[in-house]
Design a protein around this ligand. Structure first.
Ligand code: 3H9
Length: 707
């Protein structure tokens, strides 16, 4: 096989080009090729300087993540970077696209860095649960200073060429668009000015500054701890950076970096975060994309200007679409427009967009109307009206008459049967569910609910719109609540049972936050409004299965007092004077005690671990049922729904990944133990039982071909 690394000359300059599509990841063949090219450059009397550049769309986007978790074949990247740095003639990195992780570490090992103006650089390893392990934690602080390097490394953010230049991380932002030309011009200057080599390892001035600041690492650790929320890697990154400051010499610092890197590489968090990285990309691969072609979408209609409709509108405006918002009367459309304006205004205040951009967006892209007939020319309609089957059916009946042929008709319903909605039209093949999550301009999850008759072109269109709007589109089949809300229904129920059986709602929330969620189920319920669940329970009361345990009486009592959560100042928590963080409410505890008394329940203690055992088991068991019914394509789809829509900590990888890491045997054993208390709620999913019988795990299902 030919090497992905080629070596050529441009006069006295050696050009080392790496061509390993799609992102020039530093695979074994690339590392070997780079090492060989540097050796050749050393012996090349004609070449006075070398340029390292990536072919195609980018410089190296990092180490090859697919090699992680397996033994890494020689040569290792840190050694290759050292070879480049030790080269006796100057080496220039010419950056374009995204020079990330190991890719940027190669650049930091070069003697100079030039970038085209659109280039981005970064050290995002922290997001994969590791640290920059090819000298990045030792070289970045030497160039940019410890504080700037710590910010870059612990946030993992990508920065533009301009900011990188300000930080000293690149030496020049070139006017050239071709990185090879930029590199060769810059190398020519080095030769012409006899600038020679400039090894990063020898730069010590910025480390001296850090040594003088005795509180520096206490500050950096406190900041990292606050942002990490249970994630290990940000703090370990700080340990590695500290080694740059405290080590005797550069190589001792590198050794420390390697030790810490190996520790993180062996961690569960690394495995979970890599699962999330590939999962985010895997969910976009659905069978309909091979069978269908996305229709062209420029104009989108959004029906409804409430919280949901206006959030969806903003997401679509940001993606560059023309959006027509329809409301039932002048007051409602004015309110919808104000919601959009207020959010855009917030974006201006936070520096996300300029005042002119906002004005242009409102004038050129946004149209508000009270006439459904305005939807005659749109390519896609997303309905976000009141969650009632009758109302939705009426809307779809109208759309069928108004919209042009080929227009995609989408419902933002979060529970209702999309097949039934589609049946209201003469074109059910054009109907699909597009379930956004609130606030829709921020939350990245978009469940794409494929109904029985949805055409593959319509599915492909929904995925294309999701991608353009920076959403993670995840395919779901039709069932009550689809993937996300159906699974959530189970862990909310188990939380309520835990309270009836003896835990306080505050203990449940604390355990769930301790696990890594930003919020517990009861703070979440207070935020969403307790009246919503109450109304659903009342609606479903008549059809409730008699075997189902009802554990919501205590919340119903809170609702009966007109306490619906944050919006009324009281709910499960108390929110004095509009506070956003709730206080424990003794009245809530009294109500719970009374209910226990009436039901003859003797309160038991639950530790945080016991709470999580039930919480996660309920989630996993329902996830397995969702899978066995074909509602979700793969376990990873359930994981990504939880990550992008429900706040599951990314570093745990999602409930199905968590189950695999705990061992399905142990999850099933927990469920069987709880089944002795309630054999209706805790009936184990057949799929889970079968996987345990076969000695397989959920990940084995991720690897199957989907058709
Ligand atoms: C590291 O460097 C460790 C070192 O410090 C230490 C070593 C000792 N490897 O995202 P896209 C695939 S850790 C393998 O859709 P975009 C990706 O899966 C690494 N594969 O494109 C996808 O495959 P498929 C630090 C990779 O334009 C395809 O490429 N670096 C890698 O939206 C296209 O990707 C990072 O964390 C990789 N490193 O975004 C950067 N990267 O088509 C990770 C991508 O089969 N990468 N693939 O689904 C990214 O952030 C984005 O991919 C990037 C492009 C911004 C580059």
């Amino acid at each position: 096989m030919s090497s992905p690394v080629s070596y050529s000359h441009d006069g006295a300059i050696a050009v080392i080009t790496v061509d390993n599509p799609p992102v020039n990841a530093l695979s074994q063949a690339v590392r070997q090729g780079l090492s060989t090219a540097i050796t050749r450059f050393e012996g090349d009397r004609k070449a006075k300087a070398a340029v390292i550049v990536g072919a195609g769309r980018t410089f190296f986007a990092g180490a090859d993540i697919k090699e992680f978790g397996k033994p890494i074949a020689a040569p290792g990247l840190p050694g290759v970077v050292n070879e480049i740095e030790a080269c006796s003639k100057p080496v220039v990195a010419a950056l374009h696209g995204t020079a990330l992780g190991g890719g940027f570490e190669v650049a930091l090992g070069c003697h100079y860095r030039v970038a085209v103006s659109s280039a981005k650089v970064g050290l995002p390893e922290v997001n994969l649960g590791i640290l920059p392990g090819a000298g990045g934690t030792q070289r970045a602080p030497r160039i940019a200073g410890v504080e700037a390097a710590a910010d870059l490394i612990t946030s993992g953010r990508h920065i533009g060429a301009g900011e990188a230049f300000e930080l000293g991380l690149i030496d020049e932002v070139s006017n050239e668009t071709d990185p090879t030309v930029a590199g060769v011009v810059f190398a020519g200057l080095i030769i012409g000015n006899d600038m020679g080599r400039r090894p990063t390892r020898d730069m010590n001035a910025k480390l001296e500054d850090a040594r003088a600041d005795k509180e520096l690492f206490t500050r950096l650790r406190a900041a990292a701890r606050k942002k990490a929320r249970g994630q290990l890697s940000p703090l370990v990154c700080i340990d590695a950076i500290e080694a740059a400051v405290t080590s005797r010499d550069f190589d001792a610092g590198l050794r420390k970096e390697r030790k810490l890197f190996d520790k993180l590489m062996a961690s569960d968090q690394r495995e979970a975060l890599i699962h999330a990285f590939f999962g985010e990309r895997a969910v976009g691969k659905v069978p309909e994309l091979a069978k269908g072609k996305a229709r062209e979408v420029n104009k989108i209609g959004v029906i409804g200007g409430g919280t949901m409709g206006s959030g969806i509108t903003i997401a679509l405006l940001n993606a560059g679409y023309q959006v027509t918002m329809v409301e039932r009367d002048d007051a409602a459309i004015a309110a919808g427009r104000s919601r959009v304006e207020a959010t855009l205004e917030g974006g201006v205040a936070r520096g996300k967009m300029s005042g002119e951009q906002r004005d242009r967006m409102l004038a050129d892209q946004f149209h508000g109307t009270t006439s459904m007939n305005a939807l005659a020319t749109v390519d896609l309609v997303i309905e976000a009206v009141f969650e009632s089957m009758d109302v939705k059916k009426d809307v779809f009946g109208q759309l069928d008459k108004i919209c042009k042929p080929g227009c995609v008709l989408a419902s933002n319903t979060s529970y209702l049967n999309v097949n039934e909605i589609a049946a209201m039209t003469r074109r059910p093949e054009d109907v699909i569910g597009m379930h956004f999550f609130s606030p829709a301009n921020i939350m990245r999850l978009l469940e794409i609910v494929v109904a029985e008759k949805s055409h593959p072109d319509v599915v492909a269109t929904a995925f294309a719109v999701a991608r353009k709007a920076n959403k993670v589109g995840i395919r779901s089949g039709v069932c009550d609540g689809f993937i996300g809300n159906r699974v959530m229904g189970k862990y909310l129920r188990v939380s309520q049972m835990l309270v009836e059986d003896g835990a306080t709602p505050y203990e449940v929330d604390e355990a769930v936050v301790g696990f890594g969620y930003p919020m517990g189920p009861f703070s979440m319920s207070d935020l969403a409004g307790l009246d919503i669940g109450w109304a659903t329970r009342k609606r479903k009361a008549a059809t409730r299965d008699p075997r189902e345990r009802y554990a919501s009486d205590w919340i119903d009592r809170i609702c009966e007092q007109g306490h619906y959560g944050q919006k009324t100042g009281r709910g499960i928590y108390n929110y004095p004077e509009g506070a956003r963080k709730g206080e424990h409410d003794p009245d809530t505890l009294r109500i719970i005690d009374n209910v226990r008394g009436e039901k003859n329940i003797t309160a038991r203690k639950f530790s945080a671990d016991q709470i999580i055992e039930r919480y996660m088991a309920a989630m996993i068991n329902e996830g397995a049922k969702v899978l066995q019914e074909g509602i979700a394509l793969r376990p990873v789809d359930i994981d990504m729904v939880q990550l992008f829509g429900y706040g599951h900590p990314r570093w745990r990888g999602g409930p199905m990944k968590y189950a695999d890491m705990q061992g399905l045997n142990s999850i099933l054993a927990s469920i069987r133990k709880f089944e002795t208390e309630d054999d209706w709620f805790w009936k184990p999913a057949q799929l889970l039982v079968d996987l345990v019988d076969r000695g397989e795990n959920f990940d084995s299902l991720n690897k199957r071909e989907i058709s």
